[in-house]
Design a protein around this ligand. Structure first.
Ligand code: NAP
Ligand code: MG
Length: 474
Protein backbone atom coordinates (compact mmCIF):
# COMPACT_ATOMS: atom_id res chain seq x y z
CA UNK A 1 0.00 0.00 0.00
CA UNK A 2 1.07 3.59 -0.52
CA UNK A 3 2.68 4.95 2.59
CA UNK A 4 2.34 8.57 1.58
CA UNK A 5 -0.02 10.57 -0.58
CA UNK A 6 0.83 12.44 -3.75
CA UNK A 7 -0.71 15.71 -4.79
CA UNK A 8 -2.16 15.29 -8.28
CA UNK A 9 -0.05 16.98 -10.97
CA UNK A 10 -2.19 16.87 -14.11
CA UNK A 11 -0.84 18.15 -17.39
CA UNK A 12 -3.13 20.80 -18.89
CA UNK A 13 -5.33 19.79 -21.82
CA UNK A 14 -5.44 23.40 -23.02
CA UNK A 15 -2.61 22.79 -25.48
CA UNK A 16 -4.67 20.45 -27.65
CA UNK A 17 -7.41 21.53 -29.97
CA UNK A 18 -9.64 18.51 -30.56
CA UNK A 19 -12.11 19.27 -33.32
CA UNK A 20 -15.69 18.01 -33.00
CA UNK A 21 -15.26 16.06 -36.24
CA UNK A 22 -12.52 14.99 -38.64
CA UNK A 23 -12.49 14.05 -42.30
CA UNK A 24 -9.90 11.94 -44.11
CA UNK A 25 -6.47 13.25 -45.11
CA UNK A 26 -6.19 12.55 -48.83
CA UNK A 27 -4.06 14.34 -51.41
CA UNK A 28 -2.78 16.83 -48.84
CA UNK A 29 -6.21 18.00 -47.67
CA UNK A 30 -8.85 17.02 -45.18
CA UNK A 31 -11.85 15.78 -47.17
CA UNK A 32 -15.26 14.38 -46.26
CA UNK A 33 -15.56 10.63 -46.40
CA UNK A 34 -18.21 8.83 -48.44
CA UNK A 35 -19.02 6.41 -45.64
CA UNK A 36 -20.29 6.68 -42.10
CA UNK A 37 -18.45 8.09 -39.12
CA UNK A 38 -17.55 6.80 -35.69
CA UNK A 39 -16.70 8.23 -32.29
CA UNK A 40 -13.37 8.11 -30.53
CA UNK A 41 -13.49 8.29 -26.76
CA UNK A 42 -11.10 8.82 -23.91
CA UNK A 43 -10.81 5.40 -22.25
CA UNK A 44 -10.03 6.94 -18.87
CA UNK A 45 -13.35 8.84 -18.69
CA UNK A 46 -15.47 7.43 -21.53
CA UNK A 47 -15.88 11.03 -22.72
CA UNK A 48 -16.60 11.28 -26.45
CA UNK A 49 -13.72 13.23 -27.96
CA UNK A 50 -14.62 13.51 -31.61
CA UNK A 51 -16.50 12.07 -34.57
CA UNK A 52 -14.18 10.62 -37.19
CA UNK A 53 -14.86 9.62 -40.80
CA UNK A 54 -14.91 5.92 -41.63
CA UNK A 55 -13.24 5.44 -45.02
CA UNK A 56 -15.22 3.19 -47.35
CA UNK A 57 -14.12 1.56 -50.60
CA UNK A 58 -14.43 4.79 -52.60
CA UNK A 59 -12.32 6.67 -50.05
CA UNK A 60 -9.65 3.99 -49.93
CA UNK A 61 -9.48 4.06 -53.72
CA UNK A 62 -9.16 7.85 -53.79
CA UNK A 63 -6.38 7.71 -51.20
CA UNK A 64 -4.47 5.03 -53.12
CA UNK A 65 -4.86 7.07 -56.32
CA UNK A 66 -3.56 10.20 -54.58
CA UNK A 67 -0.56 8.22 -53.30
CA UNK A 68 0.07 6.75 -56.77
CA UNK A 69 0.02 10.19 -58.41
CA UNK A 70 2.35 11.62 -55.78
CA UNK A 71 4.73 8.71 -56.26
CA UNK A 72 4.92 8.81 -60.02
CA UNK A 73 4.95 12.60 -60.42
CA UNK A 74 6.90 13.87 -57.42
CA UNK A 75 8.15 11.75 -54.57
CA UNK A 76 9.44 8.74 -56.47
CA UNK A 77 11.52 11.05 -58.68
CA UNK A 78 12.80 13.43 -56.05
CA UNK A 79 16.50 13.09 -55.19
CA UNK A 80 17.08 11.50 -51.80
CA UNK A 81 18.73 14.58 -50.41
CA UNK A 82 15.59 16.59 -51.13
CA UNK A 83 13.32 14.00 -49.54
CA UNK A 84 15.57 14.08 -46.48
CA UNK A 85 14.80 17.76 -45.95
CA UNK A 86 11.10 16.99 -45.55
CA UNK A 87 11.80 14.17 -43.12
CA UNK A 88 14.08 16.37 -41.04
CA UNK A 89 11.39 19.03 -41.05
CA UNK A 90 8.74 16.57 -39.86
CA UNK A 91 11.08 15.33 -37.12
CA UNK A 92 11.64 18.87 -35.88
CA UNK A 93 7.93 19.70 -35.91
CA UNK A 94 7.22 16.53 -33.89
CA UNK A 95 9.68 17.83 -31.31
CA UNK A 96 8.28 21.36 -31.39
CA UNK A 97 4.72 20.10 -31.00
CA UNK A 98 5.80 17.33 -28.64
CA UNK A 99 3.71 18.40 -25.70
CA UNK A 100 0.60 18.67 -27.84
CA UNK A 101 1.18 15.19 -29.30
CA UNK A 102 1.88 13.71 -25.86
CA UNK A 103 -1.27 15.17 -24.28
CA UNK A 104 -3.44 14.16 -27.23
CA UNK A 105 -2.05 10.62 -27.23
CA UNK A 106 -2.69 10.25 -23.50
CA UNK A 107 -6.27 11.48 -23.87
CA UNK A 108 -7.18 9.30 -26.86
CA UNK A 109 -5.27 6.17 -25.84
CA UNK A 110 -5.35 6.24 -22.01
CA UNK A 111 -1.61 5.81 -21.53
CA UNK A 112 0.23 7.88 -18.89
CA UNK A 113 1.61 11.26 -19.90
CA UNK A 114 5.04 10.35 -18.59
CA UNK A 115 5.21 7.61 -21.21
CA UNK A 116 3.86 9.63 -24.13
CA UNK A 117 6.11 12.55 -23.16
CA UNK A 118 9.29 10.54 -22.48
CA UNK A 119 8.93 7.53 -24.77
CA UNK A 120 6.39 7.73 -27.61
CA UNK A 121 7.02 11.27 -28.83
CA UNK A 122 10.85 11.37 -28.54
CA UNK A 123 11.24 7.98 -30.23
CA UNK A 124 8.78 8.99 -32.97
CA UNK A 125 10.89 12.08 -33.70
CA UNK A 126 14.06 9.98 -33.53
CA UNK A 127 12.72 7.65 -36.23
CA UNK A 128 12.19 10.55 -38.62
CA UNK A 129 15.64 11.96 -37.86
CA UNK A 130 17.24 8.56 -38.31
CA UNK A 131 15.57 7.71 -41.64
CA UNK A 132 16.05 11.26 -42.92
CA UNK A 133 19.75 10.46 -42.69
CA UNK A 134 19.32 7.40 -44.92
CA UNK A 135 17.33 9.09 -47.71
CA UNK A 136 20.42 10.14 -49.70
CA UNK A 137 22.55 7.12 -48.73
CA UNK A 138 20.34 4.28 -49.93
CA UNK A 139 23.08 2.92 -52.18
CA UNK A 140 24.92 1.94 -49.00
CA UNK A 141 21.91 0.13 -47.55
CA UNK A 142 22.61 -3.15 -49.32
CA UNK A 143 18.91 -3.40 -50.19
CA UNK A 144 18.74 -1.52 -53.51
CA UNK A 145 17.87 2.10 -54.20
CA UNK A 146 14.54 1.96 -56.01
CA UNK A 147 11.25 2.64 -54.22
CA UNK A 148 8.38 0.16 -54.46
CA UNK A 149 5.55 2.65 -55.02
CA UNK A 150 2.49 2.88 -52.78
CA UNK A 151 2.60 1.37 -49.28
CA UNK A 152 -0.67 0.45 -47.52
CA UNK A 153 0.02 0.53 -43.80
CA UNK A 154 -2.23 -0.59 -40.94
CA UNK A 155 -1.33 -0.05 -37.29
CA UNK A 156 -2.74 -0.92 -33.84
CA UNK A 157 -3.81 1.25 -30.90
CA UNK A 158 -1.10 0.56 -28.34
CA UNK A 159 1.53 3.02 -29.68
CA UNK A 160 -0.43 5.04 -32.22
CA UNK A 161 2.06 7.80 -33.03
CA UNK A 162 5.11 5.61 -32.56
CA UNK A 163 3.84 2.83 -34.85
CA UNK A 164 2.92 5.51 -37.40
CA UNK A 165 6.52 6.74 -37.33
CA UNK A 166 7.96 3.25 -37.61
CA UNK A 167 5.85 2.81 -40.74
CA UNK A 168 5.99 6.20 -42.43
CA UNK A 169 9.61 7.29 -41.85
CA UNK A 170 11.39 4.42 -43.67
CA UNK A 171 8.74 4.30 -46.43
CA UNK A 172 9.19 7.99 -47.24
CA UNK A 173 12.97 7.90 -46.92
CA UNK A 174 13.05 5.22 -49.63
CA UNK A 175 10.82 7.24 -51.98
CA UNK A 176 7.51 5.46 -51.43
CA UNK A 177 4.20 7.17 -50.75
CA UNK A 178 1.80 5.88 -48.12
CA UNK A 179 -1.81 5.35 -47.20
CA UNK A 180 -2.00 4.67 -43.47
CA UNK A 181 -4.92 3.47 -41.39
CA UNK A 182 -4.66 4.07 -37.64
CA UNK A 183 -6.67 1.94 -35.20
CA UNK A 184 -10.32 2.78 -34.69
CA UNK A 185 -9.87 3.68 -31.00
CA UNK A 186 -6.83 5.93 -31.48
CA UNK A 187 -7.08 8.05 -34.64
CA UNK A 188 -6.33 11.49 -33.20
CA UNK A 189 -2.52 11.66 -33.21
CA UNK A 190 -2.46 10.33 -36.78
CA UNK A 191 -4.80 13.17 -37.76
CA UNK A 192 -2.56 15.66 -35.96
CA UNK A 193 0.36 14.12 -37.85
CA UNK A 194 -1.56 14.90 -41.06
CA UNK A 195 -1.57 18.56 -40.00
CA UNK A 196 2.16 18.28 -39.39
CA UNK A 197 2.61 17.05 -42.97
CA UNK A 198 0.78 20.16 -44.17
CA UNK A 199 2.91 22.35 -41.93
CA UNK A 200 6.06 20.71 -43.35
CA UNK A 201 4.82 21.44 -46.89
CA UNK A 202 5.06 17.77 -47.75
CA UNK A 203 3.88 17.40 -51.36
CA UNK A 204 0.17 16.43 -51.50
CA UNK A 205 -0.52 12.71 -51.60
CA UNK A 206 2.84 11.58 -50.20
CA UNK A 207 1.11 10.78 -46.90
CA UNK A 208 -2.60 9.93 -46.78
CA UNK A 209 -4.36 9.08 -43.52
CA UNK A 210 -7.63 7.18 -43.72
CA UNK A 211 -9.48 6.46 -40.51
CA UNK A 212 -11.82 3.53 -39.99
CA UNK A 213 -12.00 0.07 -38.46
CA UNK A 214 -11.17 -3.44 -39.62
CA UNK A 215 -13.14 -3.16 -42.89
CA UNK A 216 -11.18 -0.09 -43.94
CA UNK A 217 -7.95 -1.95 -43.17
CA UNK A 218 -9.07 -4.96 -45.19
CA UNK A 219 -10.04 -2.79 -48.14
CA UNK A 220 -6.70 -1.02 -48.03
CA UNK A 221 -4.47 -4.09 -47.91
CA UNK A 222 -6.44 -5.82 -50.65
CA UNK A 223 -6.48 -2.80 -52.99
CA UNK A 224 -4.92 -3.96 -56.28
CA UNK A 225 -2.80 -0.83 -56.72
CA UNK A 226 -0.98 -1.14 -53.39
CA UNK A 227 2.60 -2.38 -53.92
CA UNK A 228 3.53 -3.04 -50.35
CA UNK A 229 1.54 -3.97 -47.24
CA UNK A 230 2.94 -3.19 -43.80
CA UNK A 231 0.89 -4.39 -40.86
CA UNK A 232 1.31 -4.30 -37.11
CA UNK A 233 -1.35 -5.98 -35.02
CA UNK A 234 -2.62 -9.34 -33.89
CA UNK A 235 -1.43 -12.66 -35.25
CA UNK A 236 -5.01 -13.53 -36.18
CA UNK A 237 -5.47 -10.51 -38.47
CA UNK A 238 -1.88 -10.91 -39.71
CA UNK A 239 -2.75 -14.40 -40.89
CA UNK A 240 -5.84 -13.14 -42.72
CA UNK A 241 -3.74 -10.48 -44.45
CA UNK A 242 -1.05 -12.99 -45.45
CA UNK A 243 -3.78 -15.10 -47.05
CA UNK A 244 -5.41 -12.19 -48.83
CA UNK A 245 -2.16 -11.06 -50.49
CA UNK A 246 -0.89 -14.56 -51.31
CA UNK A 247 -0.61 -14.95 -55.05
CA UNK A 248 -0.34 -11.21 -55.69
CA UNK A 249 3.05 -9.57 -56.18
CA UNK A 250 2.56 -7.31 -53.15
CA UNK A 251 5.42 -7.23 -50.69
CA UNK A 252 4.37 -7.81 -47.07
CA UNK A 253 5.81 -7.26 -43.61
CA UNK A 254 3.90 -8.39 -40.52
CA UNK A 255 4.69 -7.35 -36.94
CA UNK A 256 2.44 -9.47 -34.78
CA UNK A 257 1.92 -10.61 -31.21
CA UNK A 258 4.29 -11.87 -28.54
CA UNK A 259 4.52 -13.68 -25.23
CA UNK A 260 8.00 -12.77 -24.05
CA UNK A 261 9.88 -14.53 -21.29
CA UNK A 262 11.70 -12.39 -18.77
CA UNK A 263 14.27 -14.78 -17.27
CA UNK A 264 15.67 -13.99 -13.81
CA UNK A 265 18.67 -16.04 -12.60
CA UNK A 266 19.53 -16.32 -8.92
CA UNK A 267 22.69 -14.20 -9.26
CA UNK A 268 20.78 -11.23 -10.77
CA UNK A 269 20.71 -7.92 -8.90
CA UNK A 270 17.20 -8.50 -7.61
CA UNK A 271 16.02 -4.93 -7.05
CA UNK A 272 17.02 -4.03 -10.59
CA UNK A 273 15.40 -7.20 -11.88
CA UNK A 274 12.17 -6.28 -10.09
CA UNK A 275 12.22 -2.85 -11.77
CA UNK A 276 12.76 -4.64 -15.08
CA UNK A 277 9.88 -7.03 -14.44
CA UNK A 278 7.60 -4.10 -13.58
CA UNK A 279 8.72 -2.16 -16.65
CA UNK A 280 8.39 -5.31 -18.77
CA UNK A 281 4.74 -5.97 -17.99
CA UNK A 282 3.18 -2.80 -16.55
CA UNK A 283 4.65 -0.27 -19.01
CA UNK A 284 1.79 0.97 -21.21
CA UNK A 285 -0.71 -1.16 -19.17
CA UNK A 286 0.91 -4.24 -20.68
CA UNK A 287 -0.45 -3.27 -24.10
CA UNK A 288 2.94 -4.06 -25.58
CA UNK A 289 3.67 -6.71 -28.19
CA UNK A 290 7.11 -7.32 -26.66
CA UNK A 291 5.87 -7.16 -23.02
CA UNK A 292 7.66 -9.47 -20.59
CA UNK A 293 4.41 -11.25 -19.85
CA UNK A 294 5.96 -14.54 -18.69
CA UNK A 295 8.31 -14.24 -15.75
CA UNK A 296 10.67 -17.21 -15.54
CA UNK A 297 12.38 -17.00 -12.17
CA UNK A 298 15.00 -19.40 -10.81
CA UNK A 299 13.43 -21.51 -8.08
CA UNK A 300 16.01 -20.62 -5.43
CA UNK A 301 15.07 -16.91 -5.54
CA UNK A 302 11.42 -17.19 -6.55
CA UNK A 303 9.93 -16.34 -3.12
CA UNK A 304 12.35 -13.47 -2.64
CA UNK A 305 11.62 -12.01 -6.09
CA UNK A 306 7.85 -12.38 -5.70
CA UNK A 307 7.89 -10.72 -2.29
CA UNK A 308 9.80 -7.74 -3.63
CA UNK A 309 7.69 -7.63 -6.78
CA UNK A 310 4.40 -7.47 -4.88
CA UNK A 311 5.76 -4.75 -2.61
CA UNK A 312 6.80 -2.75 -5.67
CA UNK A 313 3.47 -3.35 -7.43
CA UNK A 314 1.73 -1.92 -4.36
CA UNK A 315 3.44 1.42 -5.01
CA UNK A 316 2.35 1.71 -8.66
CA UNK A 317 -0.04 4.60 -9.14
CA UNK A 318 -2.97 3.71 -11.35
CA UNK A 319 -5.24 6.48 -12.60
CA UNK A 320 -5.56 9.70 -14.58
CA UNK A 321 -3.34 9.39 -17.66
CA UNK A 322 -2.69 13.13 -17.65
CA UNK A 323 -1.35 13.10 -14.08
CA UNK A 324 2.46 13.18 -14.19
CA UNK A 325 2.56 10.85 -11.16
CA UNK A 326 0.64 8.11 -12.93
CA UNK A 327 2.46 4.84 -13.63
CA UNK A 328 -0.39 2.80 -15.08
CA UNK A 329 -3.18 4.38 -17.12
CA UNK A 330 -6.47 3.17 -18.55
CA UNK A 331 -7.09 0.02 -20.57
CA UNK A 332 -7.58 1.17 -24.16
CA UNK A 333 -11.14 -0.04 -24.73
CA UNK A 334 -14.09 -1.84 -23.15
CA UNK A 335 -13.39 -4.67 -25.58
CA UNK A 336 -9.77 -5.04 -24.48
CA UNK A 337 -10.80 -4.87 -20.82
CA UNK A 338 -13.28 -7.70 -21.39
CA UNK A 339 -10.52 -9.78 -23.00
CA UNK A 340 -8.15 -9.20 -20.06
CA UNK A 341 -10.90 -10.08 -17.57
CA UNK A 342 -11.83 -13.22 -19.50
CA UNK A 343 -8.27 -14.54 -19.68
CA UNK A 344 -7.66 -13.71 -16.01
CA UNK A 345 -10.77 -15.66 -15.06
CA UNK A 346 -9.50 -18.58 -17.12
CA UNK A 347 -6.21 -18.32 -15.22
CA UNK A 348 -8.07 -18.72 -11.93
CA UNK A 349 -10.14 -21.60 -13.28
CA UNK A 350 -6.97 -23.33 -14.44
CA UNK A 351 -5.74 -23.25 -10.85
CA UNK A 352 -3.17 -20.45 -10.92
CA UNK A 353 -3.13 -18.12 -7.94
CA UNK A 354 -4.05 -14.50 -8.61
CA UNK A 355 -2.77 -11.47 -6.74
CA UNK A 356 -3.74 -7.92 -7.71
CA UNK A 357 -2.18 -4.77 -6.34
CA UNK A 358 -4.52 -3.10 -3.87
CA UNK A 359 -5.42 0.16 -5.58
CA UNK A 360 -8.50 2.32 -5.92
CA UNK A 361 -9.67 2.33 -9.51
CA UNK A 362 -11.58 5.33 -10.93
CA UNK A 363 -15.37 4.98 -11.28
CA UNK A 364 -15.52 5.79 -14.98
CA UNK A 365 -13.43 4.43 -17.78
CA UNK A 366 -11.69 1.08 -18.30
CA UNK A 367 -9.30 -0.09 -15.60
CA UNK A 368 -7.51 -3.23 -14.52
CA UNK A 369 -5.19 -3.46 -11.49
CA UNK A 370 -1.58 -4.66 -11.91
CA UNK A 371 -1.92 -8.40 -11.45
CA UNK A 372 0.37 -11.39 -11.03
CA UNK A 373 -0.44 -15.08 -11.37
CA UNK A 374 1.75 -17.62 -9.59
CA UNK A 375 1.71 -21.40 -9.83
CA UNK A 376 1.40 -21.13 -13.60
CA UNK A 377 2.35 -24.12 -15.74
CA UNK A 378 3.32 -24.17 -19.38
CA UNK A 379 0.00 -25.72 -20.37
CA UNK A 380 -2.04 -22.87 -18.87
CA UNK A 381 -3.68 -20.56 -21.34
CA UNK A 382 -2.36 -17.54 -19.44
CA UNK A 383 1.15 -18.85 -20.16
CA UNK A 384 0.47 -19.36 -23.86
CA UNK A 385 -1.91 -16.64 -25.04
CA UNK A 386 -1.21 -12.98 -25.33
CA UNK A 387 -3.30 -11.18 -22.66
CA UNK A 388 -2.17 -7.70 -23.74
CA UNK A 389 -2.86 -6.19 -20.35
CA UNK A 390 -1.19 -5.61 -16.94
CA UNK A 391 -1.13 -9.32 -16.09
CA UNK A 392 2.03 -11.30 -15.38
CA UNK A 393 2.28 -15.10 -15.37
CA UNK A 394 5.05 -16.53 -13.20
CA UNK A 395 6.80 -19.83 -13.86
CA UNK A 396 9.93 -21.18 -12.19
CA UNK A 397 12.99 -23.08 -13.46
CA UNK A 398 16.07 -24.78 -11.99
CA UNK A 399 18.74 -24.80 -14.71
CA UNK A 400 19.66 -22.46 -17.57
CA UNK A 401 18.71 -25.23 -20.01
CA UNK A 402 15.25 -25.49 -18.50
CA UNK A 403 14.86 -21.69 -18.65
CA UNK A 404 15.68 -21.62 -22.36
CA UNK A 405 13.42 -24.57 -23.08
CA UNK A 406 10.47 -22.92 -21.29
CA UNK A 407 11.16 -19.52 -22.82
CA UNK A 408 11.10 -21.01 -26.32
CA UNK A 409 8.00 -23.07 -25.64
CA UNK A 410 5.63 -20.57 -27.23
CA UNK A 411 4.20 -20.02 -30.69
CA UNK A 412 5.62 -16.48 -30.55
CA UNK A 413 9.18 -15.16 -30.76
CA UNK A 414 9.32 -11.40 -30.52
CA UNK A 415 11.42 -10.55 -27.47
CA UNK A 416 12.94 -11.79 -24.22
CA UNK A 417 14.82 -10.54 -21.17
CA UNK A 418 17.74 -12.09 -19.28
CA UNK A 419 18.82 -11.02 -15.79
CA UNK A 420 22.16 -12.30 -14.48
CA UNK A 421 25.55 -11.05 -13.31
CA UNK A 422 27.37 -13.38 -15.72
CA UNK A 423 28.15 -11.95 -19.14
CA UNK A 424 28.96 -15.38 -20.54
CA UNK A 425 25.55 -16.66 -19.49
CA UNK A 426 23.84 -13.70 -21.15
CA UNK A 427 25.48 -14.56 -24.47
CA UNK A 428 24.78 -18.25 -24.19
CA UNK A 429 21.13 -17.84 -23.24
CA UNK A 430 20.50 -15.03 -25.73
CA UNK A 431 21.89 -17.14 -28.56
CA UNK A 432 19.62 -20.02 -27.64
CA UNK A 433 16.45 -17.92 -27.47
CA UNK A 434 14.23 -17.84 -30.56
CA UNK A 435 13.29 -14.19 -30.19
CA UNK A 436 13.90 -11.16 -32.40
CA UNK A 437 15.11 -8.95 -29.55
CA UNK A 438 16.81 -10.05 -26.34
CA UNK A 439 17.44 -7.48 -23.62
CA UNK A 440 20.01 -8.19 -20.92
CA UNK A 441 19.63 -6.61 -17.47
CA UNK A 442 17.14 -4.16 -18.93
CA UNK A 443 13.84 -4.32 -20.80
CA UNK A 444 11.73 -2.41 -23.33
CA UNK A 445 14.58 -0.32 -24.72
CA UNK A 446 13.96 1.04 -28.20
CA UNK A 447 16.18 2.87 -30.61
CA UNK A 448 15.66 3.69 -34.28
CA UNK A 449 19.07 2.25 -35.19
CA UNK A 450 18.15 -1.18 -33.87
CA UNK A 451 16.05 -3.64 -35.90
CA UNK A 452 12.88 -5.00 -34.30
CA UNK A 453 10.77 -7.94 -35.39
CA UNK A 454 9.78 -11.50 -34.72
CA UNK A 455 10.28 -15.20 -35.24
CA UNK A 456 7.50 -17.72 -35.77
CA UNK A 457 3.96 -16.38 -35.16
CA UNK A 458 5.32 -12.97 -34.20
CA UNK A 459 5.58 -12.20 -37.90
CA UNK A 460 8.24 -11.46 -40.46
CA UNK A 461 10.29 -8.51 -41.57
CA UNK A 462 12.23 -6.04 -39.46
CA UNK A 463 11.51 -2.43 -38.60
CA UNK A 464 14.21 -0.01 -37.54
CA UNK A 465 17.86 0.29 -38.47
CA UNK A 466 19.36 -0.45 -41.86
CA UNK A 467 17.31 -3.67 -41.85
CA UNK A 468 14.12 -1.60 -41.85
CA UNK A 469 14.96 -0.21 -45.31
CA UNK A 470 14.75 -3.62 -46.94
CA UNK A 471 10.95 -3.67 -46.78
CA UNK A 472 10.70 -0.48 -48.84
CA UNK A 473 13.34 -0.93 -51.54
CA UNK A 474 14.02 -3.08 -54.54
P1 NAP B 1 -5.66 -6.00 -34.53
O1 NAP B 1 -7.02 -6.26 -34.08
O2 NAP B 1 -4.97 -7.00 -35.37
O3 NAP B 1 -5.70 -4.61 -35.27
C1 NAP B 1 -4.58 -3.99 -35.85
C2 NAP B 1 -5.03 -3.08 -36.96
O4 NAP B 1 -5.58 -3.84 -38.05
C3 NAP B 1 -6.13 -2.12 -36.56
O5 NAP B 1 -5.94 -0.91 -37.24
C4 NAP B 1 -7.37 -2.85 -37.04
O6 NAP B 1 -8.48 -2.03 -37.21
C5 NAP B 1 -6.90 -3.42 -38.35
N1 NAP B 1 -7.64 -4.57 -38.85
C6 NAP B 1 -8.53 -5.37 -38.21
N2 NAP B 1 -8.96 -6.35 -39.04
C7 NAP B 1 -8.32 -6.17 -40.22
C8 NAP B 1 -8.32 -6.87 -41.47
N3 NAP B 1 -9.05 -7.98 -41.66
N4 NAP B 1 -7.52 -6.42 -42.48
C9 NAP B 1 -6.74 -5.34 -42.30
N5 NAP B 1 -6.70 -4.63 -41.14
C10 NAP B 1 -7.48 -5.06 -40.10
O7 NAP B 1 -4.69 -5.78 -33.31
P2 NAP B 1 -4.96 -4.85 -32.04
O8 NAP B 1 -5.78 -5.59 -31.05
O9 NAP B 1 -5.42 -3.52 -32.47
O10 NAP B 1 -3.48 -4.65 -31.53
C11 NAP B 1 -2.88 -5.49 -30.63
C12 NAP B 1 -1.98 -6.50 -31.32
O11 NAP B 1 -0.92 -5.85 -32.01
C13 NAP B 1 -1.31 -7.41 -30.33
O12 NAP B 1 -1.39 -8.74 -30.76
C14 NAP B 1 0.13 -6.94 -30.34
O13 NAP B 1 1.05 -7.91 -29.94
C15 NAP B 1 0.32 -6.50 -31.74
N6 NAP B 1 1.44 -5.57 -31.85
C16 NAP B 1 2.59 -6.00 -32.46
C17 NAP B 1 3.68 -5.17 -32.58
C18 NAP B 1 4.94 -5.63 -33.22
O14 NAP B 1 5.76 -4.79 -33.58
N7 NAP B 1 5.15 -6.91 -33.41
C19 NAP B 1 3.60 -3.87 -32.08
C20 NAP B 1 2.43 -3.45 -31.46
C21 NAP B 1 1.34 -4.33 -31.37
P3 NAP B 1 -9.37 -1.58 -35.94
O15 NAP B 1 -8.69 -2.03 -34.70
O16 NAP B 1 -9.41 -0.13 -36.09
O17 NAP B 1 -10.68 -2.21 -36.08
MG1 MG C 1 -9.80 6.72 -28.24
Amino acid sequence: MNTFEYAPAPESRAIVDIKPSYGLFVGGEFVDGHGRSFKTISPSTEEVLSEVAEADETDVDLAVKAARRAHSRVWGRMPGKERAKYLFRIARIIQERGRELAVLESIDNGKPIKETRDVDVPIAAAHFFYYAGWADKLKYSGHGTESLGVAGQVIPWNFPLLMLSWKIAPALACGNTVVLKPAETTPLTALLFAEICQQADLPPGVVNIITGAGDTGRTLVSHPDVDKVAFTGSTEVGRAIAKSVAGSDKRVTLELGGKAANIVFDDAPLDQAVEGIVNGIFFNQGHVCCAGSRLLVQESVADEVLGRLKRRMGTLRVGDPLDKNTDVGAINSAEQLAKIRRLSQIGEQEGAERWSAPCDLPDHGFWFPPTVFTGVTQAHRIAREEIFGPVLSVLTFRTPGEAVEKANNTPYGLSAGVWTEKGSRILKVANALRAGVVWANTFNKFDPTSPFGGYKESGYGREGGRHGLEAYLR
